[in-house]
Design a protein around this ligand. Structure first.
Ligand SMILES: Nc1nc2c(ncn2[C@@H]2O[C@H](COP(=O)(O)OP(=O)(O)OP(=O)(O)O)[C@@H](O)[C@H]2O)c(=O)[nH]1
Ligand SMILES: [Mg+2]
Length: 914
């Protein structure tokens, strides 16, 4: 055995100068330990096992810089992953420098059977082993390898000649790669195998490579009691490839460009063309890794592609072989997530805990190294300092106790001892749970919420439909149980989209009656997102209630018309001399064209009283059963019809009433089913806290006719449209902070607001357009949205066309400087392309907002006109939003159609104005 150890030690000169063990000249002062396979009788306990190693492959430290300067590499040059702090603690939580480290290293070597000698020097120790015939030089970061790298004189004598030789598979004659690394995983395996009796058999590729086993080392757990220390962990370093060929070329043959198909090494990131792939990766026992990277942990950023075969591999190999490679890629131990990199509630997990976590019925999705918090009681799971991202299986015995500050919440409410975030507070409120004061709730895995220490359930979170809407809008998790889903297909599509990270979030927000819910509903119709049964049912009641209120307004009008009629009759009678020669008001016939039968009159009185007391909502659904015959009777009544024919005189009757009133009898029936158009025209939608959310993608290509799409995969890109009512955002729009992850903010302002006023509780009247402007200012300057793109929809252009002739735009104090030369301008757009007065008004308002936006943010506002009731208009506005998302901030707005762009960017001082 002595000769073996001698043969793997560096050459004598190097050894004596640099690799001496703490000053001992004698080669045999180095202590070795090694394992032999047990071949005795069966025993009841597990026997630690090691896999035979190929001594030629034992990692060595050497000069990375030296290797990099070699010009003629045919395999990638590999550099160590940069580390910020050389004095970081190593895997045992100790300083990697000084004699302590040397002692530890030698202890490790003794106990783990690692065949290294080391000499601490200048605060560093070195791990060295020759890897002569491979032509690979490895460097030890832990042992100050970087220092060695920069110092050519420290290269072992024999290492320099090794640089010129190569007999390794996948490495061309005379061509070398340099690999720098920290402690090799092979070494780690060996350490662990001797220290931990519960170690597993490695699944490494025979004796070509030492297999890597990541064992649950007790030292890891015992060291990381404090989460602070977790940051300082120094883990085995992963090689990183550097292409010395031209940019985008194959890392091996240096041919091709970035467009040529390539396969990537999951460890070092080297990319190989189809001609070099198999030579570089061999038979891929651990999946897509260079031969030199076998045994190393993968680059965590590539974990998502584990087991997902590329087209190139499928072209080169039979499908059975590809499947086998993919399955090894997923299952081999070297590629498993290292448990100590997952820190839960301030403590890194042990292997056992990680297994527990990953094999639970609902494990965290796409788990990556990092710090997480986990609420065992509810199953809530999230990144440290962030709101929950998922609901995983509850009651898993992993990590430490959850900290109050785990999710960095800043509310007065605690759930299971964790201070919750504002978004979660909204979720609780959506479930109808009172969150006033400092409250400690207890939330169980089934969603039952109760006061801590009490037994009575306050509400069941997941049973409330609107909680789902709020969760979707605020990116909060919702149980994946299909029990709570409207459509399994929808959920699947959404999950796929989320997986592909192709979801774009659009926030739609506007003042009262600006048309946001109409745009939202129209988008659902245009993009084929069905209204759920729940939504249909509640919209049905909304429509029926609205129709009752429209009828109530007509009945109110009837009473007025009747009174006017009576007054007029009396006046006429007074004017006409009676038989007695004097006016006789007492003989006026009380029944007239506006009078109702006794039965209908009492129904009318009841309805008006119910409306006055604000209880109209409460009579549904019972009202449809009881009163629909009366509505039918009323509809046929002459007095009611006389009133209906004068409905234009009833200013309190909303415009939307026209759409429904003709079908009042049908709508009042119990079995009425609203059509999509009914839903669109209905005032109000089902939402919670004014929040509604839907996911969609743009169909292609038919609707793309008016806007050219550059993205061929548009139908694969998913969008989430979140509609929020301004009043739900609280004072100064403070709740906007919950929408920090939106990609685009769409603001909606009604163009008809300019001559309308609303009165607050103190009787102060504010022009609605000015109120919209104020809201606009609050939103665009909100810190959460400071780097977002904004699209302004100036809505209800059709209504503006109708009203602008009678009501000048100047009525709005903010728009007083609108001075079109009306005498020579048409009110309607004419065939010569002259814009109508309404279009000019729109341009003017658009420029006003654009200037305001620029003055507040120094950025560009995108503006488009809209007609919420027109499908094409809404589709166009959202496609414009999509283009904005694509163009990025630095891109200039591009016109969608001639008229809108030209007008929006024009100067208001241009010829439009006198
Ligand atoms: N003619 C016309 N009517 C519209 C347009 N957009 C919305 N409306 C109507 O305007 C009314 C208010 O629109 P909503 O979509 O309910 O407004 P909102 O932004 O949801 O505001 P709230 O109802 O206060 O929540 C409804 O009756 C709509 O049918 C439009 O472009 N043209
Ligand atoms: Mg509405």
């Amino acid at each position: 055995m002595t000769s073996v150890f001698r043969s793997i030690l560096p050459g004598s000169s190097a050894k004596n100068e640099d690799f001496d063990d703490g000053g001992a000249d004698d080669d045999f002062s180095v202590e070795y330990s090694f394992a032999m396979e047990y071949s005795g009788p069966p025993v009841s306990h597990d026997i630690p096992q090691v896999v035979p190693i190929d001594i030629r492959r034992i990692p060595t430290a050497s000069v990375a810089a030296r290797a990099v300067v070699l010009k003629d590499f045919s395999v990638p040059v590999i550099h160590p992953v940069a580390k910020s702090d050389q004095s970081k603690k190593n895997v045992l939580g100790e300083s990697s420098s000084g004699s302590e480290a040397a002692e530890r290293s030698s202890k490790l070597a003794r106990s783990g059977g690692r065949v290294y000698s080391r000499k601490p020097e200048n605060g560093s120790d070195a791990e060295v082993a020759p890897e002569a015939r491979d032509g690979y030089v490895r460097n030890s970061k832990e042992s100050g390898g970087t220092q060695s790298s920069s110092d050519g004189s420290r290269l072992p004598d024999d290492a320099s000649h090794l640089l010129g030789s190569s007999d390794v598979e996948g490495v061309d004659e005379g061509r070398i790669a340099a690999v720098t690394c920290d402690r090799s995983p092979h070494a780690k395996t060996m350490e662990a195998s001797s220290e931990n009796s519960s170690c597993d058999e490695s699944s490494g590729p025979g004796n070509r490579m030492p297999a890597v086993t990541f064992r649950d080392s007790p030292s890891v757990d015992s060291v990381y009691q404090e989460s602070d220390e977790y940051e300082n962990v120094d883990f085995p370093e992963r090689p990183v490839a550097l292409n010395v060929g031209k940019k985008g070329s194959c890392y091996k043959c240096h041919k091709g460009n970035r467009f040529a198909e390539k396969e990537i090494c999951l460890v070092c990131g080297a990319k190989y063309c189809k001609n070099c792939l198999l030579r570089a990766m061999g038979d891929m026992p651990e999946g897509r890794k260079c031969i030199t990277c076998i045994g190393y942990q993968i680059d965590e950023s590539r974990r998502g592609s584990l087991g997902k075969s590329s087209g190139m591999l499928k072209k080169l190999l039979a499908s059975d072989t590809v499947n086998k490679i993919m399955s090894s890629e997923l299952s081999c131990e070297a590629n498993q997530l290292p448990s100590h990199l997952i820190c839960v509630n301030g403590r890194p997990l042990s292997i056992g805990e990680l297994v527990k976590l990953q094999s639970s019925p609902n494990p965290p999705k796409k788990l990556k190294p990092g710090k997480y918090w986990y609420d065992k009681v509810s199953g809530f799971w999230g990144k440290e300092g962030e709101k929950p991202s998922q609901i995983i299986t509850a009651e898993l015995a992993i990590g430490s106790r959850i900290a109050e500050v785990a999710s960095n919440g800043d509310t007065n409410v605690l759930i299971n001892n964790r201070r919750i975030t504002k978004a979660e507070l909204w979720m609780l409120q959506a479930a109808g749970i009172n969150c006033e004061g400092n409250i400690h709730f207890w939330l169980t895995a089934d969603g039952s919420c109760m006061h801590e220490g009490m037994n009575n359930t306050l509400g069941h979170l997941w049973a409330r439909k609107r909680v789902k809407i709020v969760c979707a809008a605020l990116s909060l998790p919702y149980p994946s149980d299909t029990l709570f889903s409207d459509s399994v297909e929808d959920d699947k599509a959404a999950a796929v989209a989320r997986d592909q990270k192709m979801m774009n979030k659009i926030l739609l927000v506007g003042c009262d009656h600006s048309g946001t819910s109409t745009i939202f509903k129209q988008a659902k119709i245009v993009y084929g997102v069905p209204f759920s049964e729940d939504e249909k049912q509640s919209i049905k009641f909304v429509i029926q209630r609205n129709v009752y209120s429209y009828i109530g307004l007509l009945l109110e009008g009837r009473a007025r018309f009747e009174e006017d009629y009576m007054v007029e009759m009396r006046r006429q009678q007074a004017d006409e001399p009676g038989p007695s020669g004097s006016g006789d008001s007492g003989s006026v016939d009380e029944s007239n064209i506006y009078s109702l039968s006794r039965k209908l009159k009492s129904f009318s009185d009841w309805l008006l009283q119910t409306m006055d007391s604000g209880n109209l909502e409460l009579i549904f659904p019972a009202a449809t059963q009881m009163y629909s015959p009366l509505i039918a009777e009323l509809w046929k009544d002459k007095a009611f019809q006389a009133t209906y024919s004068r409905r234009n005189e009833l200013h309190s009757l909303p415009k939307a009433a026209n759409y429904f009133l003709d079908r009042a009898v049908e709508i009042a029936q119990n079995d009425y089913e609203p059509t999509q158009m009914d839903i669109l025209h209905a005032e109000g939608i089902t939402s919670s806290n004014g929040v509604a959310s839907m996911e969609f993608s743009f169909p292609k290509p038919s609707l793309d006719c008016y806007m050219e799409s550059t993205d061929q995969n548009d139908s694969a890109v998913r969008y989430q449209l979140i509609r929020v009512h301004l009043s739900s955002l609280g004072e100064n729009c403070k709740w906007l902070e919950m929408f920090e992850d939106v990609d685009l903010v769409v603001l909606c302002v009604s163009l008809t607001d300019y001559d309308e006023y609303h009165e607050d509780i103190n009787g102060v009247r504010t022009n609605k357009m000015v109120a919209s402007k104020n809201a606009f200012e609050s939103i665009v300057t909100h810190p959460t949205l400071c780097d977002k793109n904004f699209l302004l929809i100036l809505n209800k252009l059709d209504l503006l066309e109708e009203k602008i002739e009678d009501a000048p735009l100047k009525r709005c104090p903010w728009l007083e400087d609108f001075n079109p030369v009306t005498s020579i301008q048409p009110h309607r757009a004419n065939s010569k392309g002259n814009p109508s007065l309404a279009q000019r008004a729109f341009y003017f308002v658009a420029v006003k907002f654009k200037r305001l936006f620029a003055s507040l943010t120094d950025r560009k506002l995108f503006v488009i006109s809209g007609m919420g009731l027109e499908a094409v208009s809404v589709d166009m506005a959202l496609r414009y939003g999509r283009e904005i998302l694509k163009w990025n901030d630095e891109m200039q707005p591009v016109s969608m159609n001639e008229s809108s762009c030209e007008s929006i960017t024009m100067d208001p001082s241009a010829s439009l104005y006198s």
